[in-house]
Design a protein around this ligand. Structure first.
Ligand code: CO
Length: 188
């Protein structure tokens, strides 16, 4: 199934999500549905809070950005109970967007390298380092689990300039090709 996407301003996006265990009901179906939802809405990543589930799970498929960075063609994963244990390298600026903030793109500084441990969809444990675009997507999705949106990280001047845009988005004044859940709307 394709889930609707929770939009900026909804309180679930600000919650710290909780870890899950292997017995989480319907986990493999949920992961598969999250991939489908991400492909349908044309995102590179999707975190569970964005579909209204406050659990520590996100999925990534970098393939659509493989033109910019060929290594992304094979970068498809589910990350369960992930922990970033190290961030290093230069702070690199890059323009980001988010399915929960339709049509808004802003530059964000992030470290160029991360080390992260997580379980995959087969409940295999991984401890890996990523850099560049992969590290970028991971950090963006991981932030969702801690209630952090990329717009929190834009510079203070830009933050003032986008404030009214964020307010408009949270009131449903945007165009999106996918279904959404606005702040105040109930998550089924
Ligand atoms: Co996002």
């Amino acid at each position: 199934m394709i889930y609707p996407i929770v939009v900026y301003g909804h309180p679930i996006l600000r919650k710290v999500a909780v870890e899950i265990n292997k017995e989480y009901p319907g986990l493999s179906q949920l992961i598969s549905d999250m991939f489908d939802t991400m492909y349908y809405s044309e995102g590179l990543g999707l975190a569970a809070p964005q579909i209204g589930k406050s659990i520590r799970l996100f999925v990534i498929d970098g393939k659509p950005a493989a033109e910019d960075e060929p290594a992304l063609a094979e970068f498809k994963r589910a990350f369960i109970n992930a922990h970033i244990t190290e961030r290093s390298g230069d702070l690199v600026p890059m323009t980001e967007g988010c399915l929960s903030i339709p049509n808004l793109r802003e530059e964000v500084l992030r470290e160029s390298r991360v080390r992260i441990n997580y379980y995959d969809e087969n409940w295999e444990y991984h401890d890996e380092a990523f850099e560049g675009y992969k590290a970028r997507i991971i950090q963006h999705e991981y932030d969702h689990l801690d209630g952090i949106m990329f717009t929190d990280k834009v510079n203070p001047l830009r933050k003032r300039l986008i404030k009214s845009k964020l307010t408009a988005i949270s009131k449903g004044r945007f165009e999106a090709e996918y279904k959404t859940i606005l702040p105040g709307q109930k998550i089924k």
